[in-house]
Design a protein around this ligand. Structure first.
Ligand code: SF4
Length: 280
């Protein structure tokens, strides 16, 4: 792992995903094989493989109470702010400390149970929002000031281990459970859904007691990792390989439209809030 500290002019950037995003790091040691952010490697001229470098941002500029108040803020879009090196650098914790008195609607997405280290700060955000009139309702339709999102696309720990270096699936469910017990809204982000491999019903069934909602996103194969994923499917799931080629080489989208219907039907039946975010 190549680590270095870099000076940046601002932690905060405007974004299409929310009003602002904060990425405390460049790179992500979780090294997901399907990482949509892996283009950052090229963009930042890193020669190491995605997952093998981490730039730790340092910034003296304050986050800015005025610009963030009443806004949605997302951590993080191109890194996991609780990657394992956060235990050493504590950049995310320092940012949360600065955000503690700012009434913005913060979403944190992570695949790591290191987030539990900062439960005190996350709980304090809910208390802050309960004790004051906020400017808007949270996307979860509650004025909480915080929500925690975790990506889980399998209940098979072996598959998970072949896909990323983050917390186990059991640890992620436990983290969501711990947050919810503290009154922090939780979302399970089923992303990316691997055709024929992701068992969405098994995941929803396990998630239902510990999350407020489930979001669904399909697997898109972008040029940076398409070849690798298809080779992996060929080697590990040869029975699905032709079907993957139907979707990802021949452009057959019937799998996704049928899956959408199944998801709607199942979620309505079990009574869980859901959002389908399929992009082709
Ligand atoms: S945790 Fe997120 S940012 Fe990190 S490698 Fe995985 S998908 Fe990419």
């Amino acid at each position: 792992m190549v680590e270095r500290e870099i000076e940046v002019s601002d932690y905060v950037s405007p974004s299409k995903l929310s009003d602002y995003v904060i990425n405390p790091y460049v790179g992500c040691p979780h090294a997901c094989r399907y990482c949509y952010a892996s283009f950052m490697r090229r963009l930042t001229n890193h020669e190491e493989l995605w997952g093998d470098f981490l730039d730790v941002k340092r910034c003296s500029k304050p986050l800015g109470r005025k610009r963030l108040t009443g806004k949605t803020v997302f951590m993080s879009s191109v890194t996991d702010c609780y990657n394992p090196l956060e235990a050493k650098y504590q950049s995310t914790r320092r940012i949360l400390e600065e955000l503690a008195a700012i009434e913005c609607e913060l979403s944190i997405t992570t695949k790591s149970n290191l987030l539990l280290r900062d439960l005190d700060l996350l709980k304090a955000r809910t208390a802050l929002f309960q004790s004051s009139a906020t400017l808007f309702a949270a996307p979860s339709e509650e004025k909480s000031g915080i929500r925690v999102v975790s990506s889980i696309n399998t209940v098979d720990e072996d598959f998970r281990e072949e896909m990323d270096r983050a917390s186990t699936i059991a640890e992620r469910f436990d983290m969501l459970d711990a947050c919810r017990r503290e009154g922090i809204p939780t979302i399970l982000f089923m992303s990316p859904i691997f055709p024929y491999i992701t068992d969405f019903r098994a995941i929803v069934a396990r998630a239902a007691p510990v999350v407020d909602a489930v979001w669904f996103e399909n697997l898109n194969l972008r040029p940076g990792y398409k070849e690798d994923i298809l080779a992996y499917i060929h080697a590990r799931y040869p029975q699905f390989y032709e079907r993957y080629l139907d979707i990802y080489q021949r452009g057959d989208l019937t799998y996704w439209s049928a899956l959408k219907e199944e998801i709607v039907d199942y979620c309505e039946r079990v009574g869980i809030s859901y959002q389908i975010m399929f992009h082709y």
